[in-house]
Ligand binder design. Structure first.
Ligand SMILES: CC(C)(COP(=O)(O)OP(=O)(O)OC[C@H]1O[C@@H](n2cnc3c(N)ncnc32)[C@H](O)[C@@H]1OP(=O)(O)O)[C@@H](O)C(=O)NCCC(=O)NCCS
Length: 137
């Protein structure tokens, strides 16, 4: 992971607890999301590019004693905030959940399963922005 960061192929963001110990982390990289994998309800309003710019949450983990306290969700929100701020624009966030458990975690946060691969999930940034503006009104 350190090598990936050094080679500028992925970033790693770490959440520290009050004792400065690692409570959780995620890796984050620029990636492409194939248009063919997205549902037709979205692609009919999108340009016919082979893939769209996306942010890939590679690994995300919360240390066991800190699980189920909202920290995983907080790390995803942190990735969303970074995606919204990114100047080379990002269409969506996506993630490869390694099995059904983390897939359920991401689904709970509003991610959708990609049509072709059930444990690959995504969420368009515009959808998150709409949800946030609904909460403000
Ligand atoms: C998956 C993981 C990151 C979740 O982190 P967490 O801090 O425990 O999750 P949160 O407390 O932020 O939970 C957010 C929501 O997801 C739900 N959730 C959390 N873990 C879940 C799971 N394993 N299955 C289903 N839902 C889950 C929570 O109930 C919560 O919903 P709520 O607010 O309505 O109660 C953590 O369990 C983990 O590190 N697992 C091992 C590594 C892993 O599988 N990483 C995913 C890589 S693909």
């Amino acid at each position: 992971m350190t090598q990936d960061v050094r080679r500028r192929v992925s970033n790693c963001f770490v959440l520290l607890d009050a004792e400065n110990q690692v409570a959780g982390y995620y890796t984050f990289a620029a990636a492409g999301i194939p248009l063919a994998d997205l549902p037709e309800s979205l692609t009919k309003r999108l340009p016919r590019y082979p893939s769209l710019p996306a942010g890939l949450i590679g690994r995300l983990a919360v240390d066991r004693p800190h699980q189920r306290q909202g920290l995983g969700a907080l790390l995803v929100v942190d990735a969303v905030a970074r995606a919204v701020r990114a100047e080379p624009v990002i269409y969506a966030l996506f993630v490869d959940a390694k099995d059904d458990q983390p897939a359920a975690f991401y689904a709970r946060l509003g991610f959708h399963r990609l049509t072709s691969q059930s444990n690959r999930l995504f969420i368009p940034i515009s959808e998150i922005a709409n949800r946030l503006s609904e909460q403000e009104t």
